[in-house]
Design a protein around this ligand. Sequence first.
Ligand code: FAD
Length: 379
Amino acid sequence: MTFQLSPEQEAIREAVHEFGMEEIRPVAKEYEADHRYPSELLSAAADLDLVAPHVPEEYGGAGMDAIATVLITEELWRADPGVGGSIAAADFGTGMLLEFGDEWMCEEWLPPITAGETPIATGISEPAHGSNVAGMDTRAEQDGDEWVLNGNKMWITNGSVADVAIIMAKTSPEKGHNGITAFLTETDVDGYDATPIRNKLGIKAQDTAEIVIDDLRVPDENVVGEVDEGFYQLMQFFSAARADVSGQATGVAQAALDEAVAYAQEREQFGQPISEFQAIEHKIAEMATNVEAARSLAYRAGAALEAGDDALATRLCSMAKLFASEMAVDVTDEALQVHGGAGYVSDHHIERFYRDARITKIYDGTSEIQKNIISEQLF
Ligand SMILES: Cc1cc2nc3c(=O)[nH]c(=O)nc-3n(C[C@H](O)[C@H](O)[C@H](O)COP(=O)(O)OP(=O)(O)OC[C@H]3O[C@@H](n4cnc5c(N)ncnc54)[C@H](O)[C@@H]3O)c2cc1C
């Protein structure tokens, strides 16, 4: 086992870091203020193979491994969680298509997604059912060689900007979690109506939407994977999504740490830079140690995914997500504290990072749900 990134992975990190700090960070505040989805930057990132980088080359991707995928997400979030996160969001959904989609789905949709021409959305959560995925109310009923979908999806990333979406629906409601199916649909069709949610705490440049699904017709060939197998498909795909969130959390925490170190050296009180107070030095040391610990766990989760060890990957991806997201909320809080009053206003980036970090404890399974998953493996 090696604890070093390969020279190739280091080179990828450097390239993404450069792109992030030169192209994303300088404009991030504007996108956040306008709640504007960064389509232009999605195209620029695609030119560097940063959109869904795990997708194989034959479908327009770069065929990168799971660790490289996590570290790309990390650097994109380090640049800015709203804008960088919009780019990294293509990881969610493409994994499901690759793993379970038919060949035509991959050929038709993965090239425009990796080219940054369209985002993809994945609709699982609903107004009344978030953590309890198996409780979903959205229904799909067969009508000849089509399925008719009805229901509501809530908090869907890319829901109003994507040209294509995967929608989870109950096909055999009486069978509970054994009766859920994934459907691929274009979004510019009757029956798919998305409304952006604009009053979020953070990641404001990212698109999050509520989707009303009203007699949405999908041909039989648009079933992703097998009928009634959607819940199990999701569980498999969630491990990669959680490793990705651990990269997001590590990235925003590193960004906060960078800001805190720089500010502590600039700001003087009592005739000396505040970085010379031991209280500040120790705060920074603890923050750096926690970021590094989260990063190690995130890459180990990536390595477990890469090794194809499902049980280990499930455990490590949940542990990495839990630890990194809790850490990111704490580290951004401490970094804001280092800024004093200046951290409480939007003149510095830290106020935004503090708000952005909070989402990592909620989506792709809350911290409480991660603890349930981890403990299930221990007893
Ligand atoms: C910005 C954003 C983007 C999102 N993107 C997507 C997306 O692209 N696709 C998608 O499908 N969803 C998405 N979500 C939804 C997200 O996955 C859910 O919000 C999350 O799973 C929690 O569900 P909930 O909000 O309904 O909370 P609830 O499930 O109502 O949970 C409320 C509280 O109860 C706790 N709780 C619930 N059940 C248990 C339990 N069994 N044990 C212990 N505690 C429990 C939770 O941990 C939480 O603290 C997104 C959400 C946000 C905010």
